[in-house]
Design a protein around this ligand. Sequence first.
Ligand code: BDR
Ligand code: CA
Length: 316
Amino acid sequence: MQKNAIPMILDGDPGHDDAIAWVVAQASRLTDGICDIRAVTAVGGNVSLKKTTYNMLRVCTLIGLTDVPLAAGAAHPLMRELMSAPSVHGESGLDGPALPEPGVSLCGLSAVELMAKVLRESAEKVTIVSTGPLTNTAALLIAHPELKEKIERISLMGGGVAYGNWTPAAEFNILVDPEAADIVFKSGVPVVMSGLDVTEKALILKEDVERIKSFHTRVGDIVWQWLEFFYQFHRKIGYAGAPMHDPCAVMVLLHPELFTIREYYIEVETGGEYCRGATIADVRHITQNPPNVSAVMDLDREKFVDHLIRAVEVYR
Ligand code: BDR
Ligand code: CA
């Protein structure tokens, strides 16, 4: 294993931006070896588990991530019905370009069993990169508290110190399963939260899409069409570009120097009439509780985009 490698499990609900996060992670694995991907797991979120699992298999096939175990996890949140987001990602969860049919199969374990196996068998601590609702990760913590020590950190896309995107207070991934998020935030495992504060600044603009379009590669052609799909949707609702939410959760591990990170004590609102799913940061240290979250607040957008585009360029 490479000296500065980061053993990791990718857990998500692909999802255009989940898929691009995985493109970035696999590009690192193929080049500098820093992302040492040990498993990929799917969770119900943007669309049903059946669809996110199918998408996981198709994305992993596309990017050649076919030599690590893949598993399906929770179909719905710990205590609630699944609330999905077909308006953002389309009915398939990955609308836009045609994708290859899966050339890989599930490993036969559930996501929690697979995560536990990876943690147990790893000599080093493992990072969980969670880009969907936190249901699988919370279920792992509930089922295997003894493995907590083996988790280096949970780098998640979710929440936001300042505002939400699905309600005024809540971001989608946290809102879908606030109880799971609560378990994760209270777990004592270091949490790196790439919330809307940073991810809505991680914008892909039209000219960035054009750069990828000019590659004329198999993976590049799919990625620019995913970006175009995401860009068009977000322009319609007032964004200046396509927010690369989920890639932030990978990129902050690879290039922390691009990001502004603050240490906060953060709690998740699981009840409430208006604020369910909000991540409440004690910015003023009112509670005097020690920080439990490294909250990613800002980034160097241009360098971020350069790294993302260079990752796509790795695929020929
Ligand atoms: C999050 O919600 C999903 O639609 C995206 O994939 C991302 O993980 C952004 O709120
Ligand atoms: Ca996602």
